[in-house]
Design a protein around this ligand. Structure first.
Ligand code: GAL
Length: 342
């Protein structure tokens, strides 16, 4: 009989533990996730676009030192703006870096994308009418007083994106934000407004570049942030966080029959270890997995406020078991072995 050494046995097991291995289909929450070149994935506050059979993950490319300005009266930790990074994947687990698709503008200190500013929560959607990829992001001054939305467009999901400028949608503040395209092709921006106290849903024009002027005020005075929206079986759902800066708090799920509301908070969907702190993370997006019935992945950021580049990701399948919507904690799970009924 051939003998196998302990070393060979260890080697055989290696791919199961390796992140970034092209055959691995395992998500390990809170660990450093590597891209297909072996570099840490840098895409915070991100969102995903599914286009032509591929997933594109866009996020804040946070590089370099985390700074707390001398004048800070609260924990407005930031890194210099580097830009929005993009990764592509055939399977939502193995990600290839596609580059910085909206880079910082280094030579103009008053530009929204100058390194001295803040760029957060980019989301990209595809407009079938114009054939353009449209990015919305939260653009900020270092003291977070600007509270505006920036818009950029591209002909390709991997950029380059052309920055069109920023504004306050419907003349209201716009901080934590996401964009959602409904089945009828209409798009909406969801943004924490009125000093983060009230969440606005702003209907967008057919080209997705501006608000139409139609909007609703939701969760008035309830300070909901970090909206992540999805639709299942004709109903709309939103995961959001409370408002405690980079520190974690508990999540809430909300439901609506109509996208502009009324929205109703229905409780904290998180269960298991550290559920009351959203697993020490904060919502950013929900992405359905195509070809897998009822599989929706809730994406969260586990912020490291004094070293923001080193913030981690927590991705969890949403469970729809027995008609109840929960997000159970899982340290590790495999995309091949899971469905929304788990
Ligand atoms: C959080 C927000 C983050 C970032 C941070 C700054 O509440 O969700 O995206 O803006 O505040 O303190």
């Amino acid at each position: 009989m051939r003998t196998i050494s302990v070393f060979t046995l260890l080697l055989l097991w290696l791919p199961i533990f390796a992140q970034g291995n092209t055959s691995a289909k395992t998500v390990t929450n809170g660990e450093v996730w590597l891209d297909t070149s072996g570099n840490p994935i840098n895409a915070h506050g991100g969102g995903i676009l599914y286009h032509d059979g591929k997933y594109y993950w866009y996020g804040e490319y946070k590089k370099g030192k985390t700074i707390l300005p001398e004048w800070a009266t609260w924990e407005c930790y930031r890194t210099d703006v580097t830009g929005v990074g993009c990764y592509s994947s055939p399977d939502m687990v193995n990600w290839t870096f596609e580059g910085i698709v909206l880079p910082a503008v280094k030579d103009n200190p008053s530009h929204d994308l100058h390194p001295s500013k803040v760029l957060e929560r980019p989301k990209v959607v595809y407009n079938a009418k114009t054939g353009k990829f449209v990015m919305w992001a939260h653009v900020e001054s270092a003291d977070y007083s600007k509270a505006a939305a920036g818009v950029a467009v591209s002909d390709s999901p991997t950029g380059p994106f052309e920055y069109l400028g920023s504004f306050r949608p419907n003349d209201a503040m716009s901080r934590d934000q996401t964009v959602f395209v409904d089945d009828d092709g209409k798009a909406y921006q969801f943004a924490s407004s009125e000093n983060n106290q009230t969440l606005y849903i702003n209907e967008l024009t057919d080209d997705y570049l501006r608000p139409t002027g139609r909007f609703t005020r939701n969760f008035i005075g309830m300070s909901r942030e970090a909206p992540a929206v999805f639709k299942k079986d004709g109903k709309y759902y939103m995961i959001s966080s409370g408002c405690t800066g980079w520190d974690p708090n508990n999540a809430e799920l909300a439901m609506a029959d109509s996208i502009m509301g009324p929205w109703k908070l229905v409780g904290d969907p998180c269960t298991g270890k550290d559920a009351d702190k959203t697993f020490y993370a904060q919502s950013t997006y929900v992405q359905p997995v195509y070809g897998k019935k009822d599989l929706f992945i809730a994406m969260f950021d586990r912020w490291n406020k004094t070293d923001l580049e080193n913030s981690r990701y927590v991705w969890l399948p949403i469970s729809f078991k027995d008609g109840k919507i929960t997000i159970p904690w899982r340290e590790t799970w495999s995309i091949d072995e899971i469905s929304g009924q788990n």
